[in-house]
Design a protein around this ligand. Sequence first.
Ligand code: GDP
Length: 442
Amino acid sequence: MAFEGLANKLQETLKKLRGSGKLSEKDVKEAMREVKMALLEADVNFKVVKDFIAKVTERAVGHEVMESLTPGQQVIKIVNDELTQLMGSTQSKIVFSPKPPTIIMMVGLQGAGKTTTCGKLALNLKKQGKNPLLVACDIYRPAAIKQLNVVANQVEVDFFTIGDKAKPVDICKAAVEHAVKSGNDVLIIDTAGRLHINEELMDELIEIKENIKPTEIMLVVDSMTGQDAVNVAESFNEKLGLDGIILTKLDGDTRGGSALSIKAVTGKPIKFAGMGEKMTDLEPFYPDRMASRILGMGDVLSLIEKAQASIDEKKARELEKKIRTQQFTFEDFLDQLQQMKNMGPLSQIVDMIPGMNASKLKGMEIDDKELIKVEAIINSMTKKERLDPSIINGSRRKRIAMGSGTTIQDVNRVIKNFEQTRKMMKQFADMEKGIKKGKKKL
Ligand code: GDP
């Protein structure tokens, strides 16, 4: 999972504060030293870390007092606020031109995921009712045009090419004319990448920019490259001017430094995050949700949204209510397991559930194969047992193990993990209530 190291360290440090009734300035400073180390290890830009720590420390040892929160919770709230701020506070959306077509110029280095992201973005916009045209302007990389064509077919949107003999700027001009004629209200232009930034590339991009006046220039960068991604963003922004950034491969085990530094360094917001290789793996980037994911407060809202995309809305609302009111039973768990199969790999979903993260899961080993076992175990429980697991005594456990073709140890593990999860959900809900109350008082 992305941010795993950072998330673990921050959560460990902040957990020490959470229970404390009273915090001295020394406690806070000590914790901030650890937070600083964790951020630096996650490859966050040094200056960004310095400013971040200064801000949190100032607020935490200052006079911010909220009756409903313990001092420890207050520090966590402040860290959460400042992390959110660092990543841009609110979600930045694509700006559409008041006079169509909207032109989105996609730029970035080779291998960043530009072509794939063009397809993902087209699909995203199509779902919003737009009629996008994918334009192939990378005339240098062999197969780039073909790749975009394949992607366009995959997401079933229009595709434009005039081959690799024309100049990129002429392809763009022709594409705009074509879009106007054929009623495409958004153009997504896949420009050429290079292995490194060079003059030639920039000149070509500047020429396109000057001629077709894009509504949005969007940089696609690979989050796995850490501070390099930040440097690339800085250069592109200086030379070309950017409107937004799409950070790819956040599904990998990136340390997260780029996500936390890029907005602070360039001033330009991350608008989307690439979360996998499939065309549906593009998510709007929500700084607040990302911050709470890093702090292990889960990402209930993203989970709900993902659920809404793959499950019907009524069920998603029920899930939300159950998570929030801690009325989650084995019966719901089973139902959700079945639905989650439609939502993608479990590891992705689990990161979003409050109190669960990949490291906590290691002991649970819930991978997709394990899922089948868990399902069999729950299926072997009676309805009464599913609704009230506390009645599952030794002999019932034996029966369930026999019925599901598993061992008593397997059954014990599933019950224990389920109860732990429920407890964590409750802790989260309590904490969230505290934060909400605090906000009201402010
Ligand atoms: P381009 O050279 O910038 O056009 O890059 P491509 O679109 O060809 O992508 C390079 C590789 O990165 C491909 O194998 C993609 O499948 C992969 N990729 C792109 N975005 C993501 C992402 O968000 N997550 C993961 N895991 N892989 C991605």
